[in-house]
Design a protein around this ligand. Structure first.
Ligand code: CA2
Length: 169
């Protein structure tokens, strides 16, 4: 085995990747938790008529206007969301906007992941979680979030992104 050659190959591979993160645009990650893929298709009275694709497209153009790269990710699986948060650190993500969906009220694992990466985040809810069932009033995220927006529908995501864009400037 030629270890010298191997080392050179890895260095070559790592070079451009690192350079891309260092030189590239700033990045914001928007995370959507379980069932939010159903937006616009069910329960429009609670969650509105816009689909997740509509919301992500609107956020992407808002970010583009500020020359910031937007990464949007939705999953119904807690571990996949934890993996996405952990990956954000090495990707140089500067800010996270997260609607943890039902995991808001249950997930210590997602809270721990956000605390571990130490990337500032805003918690967003489409509905007013304080005007619904009592179990929705507690969030595992709010006390470590930069801020919380709830009850403003999809507009809440745009307000959160506006805050994030100003914060990372
Ligand atoms: O109001 C929010 O954004 C929530 O995070 C939404 C969660 C809920 O568990 C939280 O308490 C508040 C539920 C997401 C379900 O999304 C659906 C969308 C369309 C149709 C059905 C569910």
């Amino acid at each position: 085995m030629n270890y010298g050659k191997l080392a050179r190959m890895s260095a070559k591979k790592a070079g451009p990747k690192t350079a891309k993160i260092a030189k590239g645009k700033q990045r914001i990650l928007v995370l959507h938790g379980p069932n939010l893929n159903l937006l616009g298709l069910r329960e429009p009275g609670i969650y509105g008529h816009e689909t997740l694709t509509d919301i992500n497209a609107s956020l992407a153009s808002q970010a583009k206007a500020a020359s910031v790269e937007l990464i949007a990710f939705q999953s119904n699986h807690e571990g996949d969301l934890v993996d996405r948060i952990q990956a954000a650190r090495s990707e140089g993500v500067a800010f996270i906007v997260i609607n943890p969906g039902g995991y808001t009220h249950t997930s210590i694992a997602l809270r721990d992941a956000l605390a571990a990466v130490a990337i500032p985040f805003v918690e967003v809810h489409l509905s007013n979680i304080h005007a619904r069932e009592p179990f929705r009033r507690h969030s595992y995220f709010s006390d470590i979030a930069a801020g919380v927006i709830c009850g403003l529908g999809s507009h809440g995501y745009r307000l959160a992104l506006d805050f994030a864009l100003n914060r990372i400037r």
